[in-house]
Design a protein around this ligand. Sequence first.
Ligand SMILES: [Fe+2]
Ligand SMILES: [Fe+2]
Length: 177
Amino acid sequence: MPDNVLISQSMNTAINEQIGNEFCASLQYVAIAAHFDSDDLLELAQHFYRQAEEERTHAMRFVKFLVDAGAQVEIPSIPQPTSHFGTVEEAIQKALDGEIAVTRQINALMDLAVKESDHITHNFLQWFVTEQLEEVSSMDTLLKIVRRAGEQNLLHVEEYLARHGRLTSTPDLSQGS
Ligand SMILES: [Fe+2]
Ligand SMILES: [Fe+2]
């Protein structure tokens, strides 16, 4: 690697893979959102369209990081997402499994940064570590709400989402109360 490249070749390769993983999550969420949209579960659909956008911004954070680090952006092919789900619970379980998988991927990137004493990448990845805690926690909450409501009472889930919006566990400090 030339002197002006701030990360190793193996880190560059691993981050390119992660760009693929984040785009993969984004496409999976579009598929889940469209499935709910077709079933007129509009709050669930909106929630997952929003998640899809968020995953796209995660991919873009990694893209920008590679560019800033003087590294090579090489976007891999993205596997086909699952588009058919038997139940709402099944679709949300799929989303939760995906978030747990991404958490492991971020941890593996962190392990590599530590191993390489790569403080620049280590610092950059901190944001993703915090984000994954939030994402796994809120998806787990949504799964529990769906299970509690049951497939016959999905309007409870729609009401819950309409009331609580993004299901975030982070308090909104901007309101000042
Ligand atoms: Fe993500
Ligand atoms: Fe995520």
